[in-house]
Design a protein around this ligand. Sequence first.
Ligand SMILES: Cc1cc2nc3c(=O)[nH]c(=O)nc-3n(C[C@H](O)[C@H](O)[C@H](O)COP(=O)(O)OP(=O)(O)OC[C@H]3O[C@@H](n4cnc5c(N)ncnc54)[C@H](O)[C@@H]3O)c2cc1C
Length: 438
Amino acid sequence: MDRDTRPTPVSRTADTARSDLSGAPRSARRGPRKPSTSSLPLLTILETVDLGFTPEEESFRLEVQSWLQSNLPKDWRQDGKGGYRDEEDTELQREWQRKLYEGGWLKLGWPKEVGGRGATPVIQAIYQEEVARAGAPGILGRLGVTLLAPTLVAHGTDWQKETYVEKILSAEQIFCQGFSEPDAGSDLAGLRTRAERRNGKWILNGQKTWSSGAHYSDKSFLLARTDPAAEPHRGIGFFLVDMRQPGVEVRRIKQMTGGGEFSEIFLSGAEVEDRDLVGRPDDGWKIAMTVFGFERGGLAQAARFERAVEELATLARDRGAGADPSTRQRIAQARIEAHVFRLIGLRNLTRAQHGHAPGPEASLTKLYWSEMDKRLQETAVGVEGMYGALAPHSVLAIEDGRWQYGWMWAQAETIYAGSSEIQRNIIAERVLGLARGR
Ligand SMILES: Cc1cc2nc3c(=O)[nH]c(=O)nc-3n(C[C@H](O)[C@H](O)[C@H](O)COP(=O)(O)OP(=O)(O)OC[C@H]3O[C@@H](n4cnc5c(N)ncnc54)[C@H](O)[C@@H]3O)c2cc1C
């Protein structure tokens, strides 16, 4: 849910950000290295980013592969042939999250002092890439695990950390995110949900929307206005709200995929105890910025797109569409774009490994992969010809309609986590240094 309000890294001006476009500095991270056993194109970009893996990193990769081999059942894997609908597999995703938690993987990047493995960005990327390559399902509490738990470690009270963090990671408690409202999406500061102090509690009234997984969530982390007289970015609180109370009503929104992954949340007199307010009553905006800082993509997505391109090529061969020059060109273009995306991921990883926080160039990554996926899915639907018009569940749909489903889902990718227009604004203003449009 990254918006134009993404925090600008304080140490970087538009000028320094612009220089990032010409490539990251050559790495001095490690000495000579042995050739990678992964599919990384080592020689092509050795001059600009740090690509090789140390023996320790390669042995970590083997550790992940072997753990997945023993713990990820074959029929849980996404085989790329459709029939797999993330949103319908809640119990499987809960179970998978538990396994990852028990395996110690969900705290990989956390500092050792808080029970993590203190893994470097490269180690974390290797883990994510291997999980994606294995076709592992998603985890049910992904928003809690990736966004809320690290935010609580940074801003929560001892009680909040003790009460929630392990439960979030182990899938005992599932949280959804209640930020967006009907009139506050890209412009999140326009949110109007009110939180008032009454009889020693916070009473919440208002409406949230597009809240992923709200229908199966136990709690939500939610922004509400504590001081309506304050400026838009101030007077906002960050609350942990019990979703199973009388003042909360969840209405699922039907999507064009046929699923109902997200919901509206109606708050009418919902109650929150003081202990479930994170930070001070006017810290919400600052804490929301921390949340956005944990939204990242990476090599896992690169692995996902590379797989998708291979599957697209297979589809074209199977359908006899490979002889058509324009189809061949589109598939080749998709392969090139997936490869470029891997290189972008590696450049970001090099920066992270050198201790640089992700800056506005993260918008380039988001814009690139979401627009690329739309093109890829569209090519696949085109390759299917008339069959591409069938609904995913139709008996005649090719590969169980996975490409039609993917095409429909891809339309959402250029909206959530900051729409393409918002990303272009950020790139224009903060990377290219152009004047603000408004
Ligand atoms: C699949 C999915 C899951 C989501 N999950 C969650 C969730 O769990 N929790 C949650 O809180 N929210 C969630 N969202 C909401 C998401 O964050 C918002 O959809 C997003 O922030 C855009 O807001 P909006 O939909 O209100 O569109 P708007 O902000 O109203 O934008 C409408 C159009 O105007 C354009 N636009 C807006 N402002 C500008 C500008 N300044 N310059 C140029 N163009 C502009 C946008 O790009 C867009 O095309 C989810 C959305 C999707 C699609």
